[in-house]
Ligand binder design. Structure first.
Ligand code: FES
Ligand code: FE
Length: 316
């Protein structure tokens, strides 16, 4: 389970997409079901009933806030414990042996997050300031890409592509400079959360800052406050499907509609430019050892080293 994305915190879906019905979704190739109990706490279970393997997402949440399988009515709480088997008289000891894998969840920065391991004791996620605060005070925007998440992630920590791929948009200011033979210096330093990058062009000593938070968050610094940062997630859905989600922190709910219009206009155009190219790449970032790298690829090479080590921990 989660061989290519083990023991990671990741958002799954925006909070605005969750309804009171059980919701089937997929994370890193695993089918999971999301549901809210009577306390409105969200839970994530593997979407396979341990009885005969039916999708639990086809079931209903009962009045006790438990998820009831639609096939034979077995019931499960948010921790994946079986709480009842209809037409059978099971004692507590027998019931306690029946479990569905439950993934830890959190509501963070406008989205429901899961931890990709069945455990009761996950580490807490390391978060930037730009995702702190009331989880409903965020605006999200998303696209579905037919690409491996690692290819998408590299795109967002790559300073050398905007002058060309985004020549008509955010990279316009750098295009002529690059064509005239100008160079860039990309610094990347490992941090507790992942890495911090500073990219400089020409003789300027103010660099563009971008932080990468393991495993799949890029934080672009467009200003000095948490409200001027663009958070971009590359969420692994399956081997060749990534949900790219942008998240902006807002000061109050009434700011939401304006930010949403802005996000769906600018993000859509720029992400479309990225999407077409990233979808033309194949496999994950480790699938072709012959790829050639240069100095401006330092951050992507650091990401690749981390990803290689992550996969190795899953094999051990
Ligand atoms: Fe779920 Fe039988 S398959 S209760
Ligand atoms: Fe881009």
């Amino acid at each position: 389970m989660f061989e290519r994305f083990p023991h990671c915190w990741t958002p799954v879906l925006p909070l605005t997409e969750l309804t009171s019905n059980p919701l089937a979704t997929e994370v890193a190739g695993e089918r999971i079901v999301l549901f809210a109990d009577g306390e409105q706490q969200w839970h994530a279970l593997l979407d396979h009933c341990p009885h005969r393997g039916a999708a639990l997402s086809l079931g209903k949440v009962n009045a006790q806030g438990q998820l009831r399988c639609q096939y034979h009515g077995w019931r499960f709480d948010g921790a994946g414990r079986c709480t009842g088997v209809p037409l059978n008289d099971l004692n507590d000891a027998a019931l306690s042996k029946i479990r569905v894998g439950a993934l830890p969840t959190r509501q963070i920065g406008g989205a429901l997050w899961v931890y990709t391991a069945v455990t009761d004791t996950p580490p807490e996620p390391l978060l930037p300031e730009s995702l702190e605060g009331d989880p409903t005070l965020f605006v999200t925007y998303q696209q579905e890409w037919q690409a491996n998440w690692t290819r998408a992630q590299e795109n967002f920590i790559d300073f050398a592509h905007p002058p060309y791929l985004h020549e008509q948009t955010i990279g316009a200011w750098l295009h002529d400079y690059a064509e005239r033979g100008g160079t860039a210096r990309v610094e990347a330093d490992e941090t507790e959360f992942g890495m911090t990058m500073l990219s400089y062009v020409g003789s300027s000593n103010s660099g563009f800052r971008l932080d990468w938070y393991r495993p799949n968050l890029s934080v672009l610094h467009f200003g000095g406050t948490p409200y001027n940062r663009l958070n971009v997630f590359c969420i692994p859905v399956s081997e060749n499907h990534t949900r790219v989600m942008t998240v902006r922190r807002i000061r109050q709910a009434s700011d939401g509609p304006g930010y949403s219009r802005h996000a769906s206009g600018t993000d859509n155009r720029i992400l479309d430019e990225d999407r077409v190219i990233v979808q033309s790449q194949s496999g994950d970032v480790l699938s072709n050892a012959a790829e050639i790298s240069v100095a401006t690829d330092k951050p992507t090479l650091m990401f690749r080293r981390w990803y290689q080590a992550l996969i190795e921990t899953a094999i051990d």
